[in-house]
Design a protein around this ligand. Structure first.
Ligand code: NAD
Ligand code: ZN
Length: 342
């Protein structure tokens, strides 16, 4: 089958032929329809330090997808050939303390699809049936293919009660932009997002941001004054991984504010602990998606009117993957979709 793989320890990916995977007793075989390119795939493409330490070579990658089940292992219950599914990319051990308590997102033995084992940029993908998630018919393929990052946004945004709250989101990447729409949908008052990229800030405005702030030109303090927010933000969602963004978030939080950290900062990033202590801030780290509560919430929000459609900005057949990666690398994109059936 065709797959997009890292064949040598160097920049880029190659469309190549690999063995179609075997289906174990507890697995499902998914024929891939559409995939989306994640920021992680960009790290893998660029072959940065993290990728060099993490990605086995040769291996095909990718973990954002929708497809159709074409085979089920003999022990599998609850899934059938023909089911349209996406899947949770974190494969958990099932026997550690957290897994056994139903807190699968806190598994200490997580293995990542398309990171630690072969991925979804291919004609077929095998995953444990436990990780598959059926997509209702009223949700289009494009949106189903981005449930993984939509899940990051959902897990982060729904970590704290947003009803009537003033929310600051730092980083208008695809995940930050989706978080804007979620915060709006669930009833936040002001939703302010920051970035240094005007294309993405425009997208965030389309998704309902009260203010989309280019921090190279405007200060958060000024925006707070204009919005008559004298006390500060109630909830912060850090979605950039950029230390200065987190620093400004800490400075703009109200006392008793709550922060969820999704963005991954450089190692040993320093923070002003006085802000945390004297403001009595609550800080929560976020990894992945809750299995499968986050997935149910995603479906429920889409079915109750959450509109994410502007986030998909580029679509290509999988054979034109180079154009897709170029769009992502340019920073002038939301989500980029590769079609494996085109
Ligand atoms: P992304 O890289 O597309 O988005 C980050 C955004 O931050 C970019 O638009 C960038 O322009 C912006 N930025 C740069 N400097 C900034 C500044 N000073 N202030 C505000 N914004 C600034 O990433 P993404 O795919 O949207 O993911 C968001 C973050 O979440 C990344 O750090 C990613 O590594 C991380 N992530 C974490 C998990 C997890 O499970 N914890 C999962 C997925 C992604
Ligand atoms: Zn576990």
């Amino acid at each position: 089958m065709k797959a997009l793989a890292k064949l040598t320890p160097s920049v880029g990916l190659t469309l190549t032929d690999v063995e179609k995977p075997d289906v174990g007793h507890n697995d499902v075989l998914i024929k891939i329809k559409k995939t989306a390119i994640c920021g992680t795939d960009i790290h893998i493409w660029k072959w940065d330090d993290w990728a060099q330490k993490t990605i086995p070579v040769p291996m095909h990658v990718g973990h954002e997808y929708v497809g159709e089940i074409v085979a089920v292992g003999q022990e599998v219950r609850g899934f059938q050939i023909g089911d349209r599914v996406s899947g949770e990319g974190h494969i958990t051990c099932g026997f550690c303390r957290n897994c056994r308590a139903g807190r699968r997102h806190l598994c200490r033995n997580t293995v990542g699809v398309g990171v630690n084992r072969p991925g979804a940029f291919a004609e077929y993908l095998v995953i444990p049936a436990f990780n598959a998630f059926k997509i209702p018919d009223d949700i289009p393929d494009d949106l189903a293919s981005i449930f993984d990052p939509f899940g990051n946004a959902t897990h982060t945004a729904l970590s704290f009660n947003l009803v009537g709250e003033d929310v600051l989101i730092t980083g208008a990447g695809p995940i930050g932009i989706m978080a804007v729409a979620i915060a709006r949908h669930v009833g936040a008052r002001n939703v302010v997002i920051t970035d240094v990229n005007d294309y993405r800030l425009d997208l965030a405005r389309k998704m309902g941001a009260t203010r989309a702030v280019n921090v190279n030109r405007e200060t958060l303090r000024g925006v707070m004054e204009a919005l008559h927010m004298s006390e500060g933000f109630d909830v912060g969602l850090e979605m950039s991984g950029v230390p200065s963004a987190f620093t400004s978030m800490l400075a703009c939080m109200n006392h008793g504010g709550k922060i969820a950290l999704l963005g991954i900062p450089p190692a040993n990033t320093a923070i002003d602990w006085n802000q945390v202590i004297f403001k009595g801030l609550e800080i929560k780290g976020i990894y992945g998606r809750e299995m499968f509560e986050t997935w149910y919430k995603m479906v429920a929000m889409l079915q109750s009117g959450l509109d994410l459609s502007p986030i998909v900005t580029h679509r290509y057949p999988a054979s034109e993957f180079q154009a897709g990666f170029d769009a992502m690398l340019s920073g002038q994109s939301g989500k980029v979709i590769l079609d494996w059936e085109a």
